[in-house]
Design a protein. Structure first.
Length: 115
């Protein structure tokens, strides 16, 4: 499973929604959530989706984040009994394994390898 190949039907299955029950508007919304989740993964890690695709757990993180966007309409969750928000920890822990944003110059090295 590759993050770049995920479709609305995949997200619907993850959410336990029958894909045939979705109308065009709902399918478009699921696609938008997937695109947002993929963009988030790329921006968070500093890597292209193509570099993330070999890691199936990134596809799971994308589904998790897109599902969270669908369920909560927000990528942060409220801590019970407080007014504080926290980032989805499952997504964060998976994407942290591939993050190069915090390594000075690492993104430049990756671009040189690709070019």
């Amino acid at each position: 499973m590759k993050a770049s190949e995920l479709k609305a039907a995949d997200l619907a299955g993850y959410l336990r929604i029958e894909p045939e029950d979705l109308d065009r508007t709902e399918t478009a919304m699921l696609d938008a959530f997937l695109n947002a989740a993929r963009n988030y993964a790329q921006n968070y890690t500093g890597q292209t989706i193509e570099r993330l695709d070999p890691h199936e757990d990134v596809a799971i993180a994308v589904l998790c984040l897109a599902g969270d966007l669908y369920t909560n309409r927000d990528m942060y969750t409220q801590l019970k009994g407080t007014g504080n928000s926290v980032q989805n920890q499952t997504v964060r822990s998976i994407l942290d394994m591939y993050c190069v944003n915090f390594v000075p110059g690492e993104s430049d090295l990756l671009r040189e390898e690709e070019g």
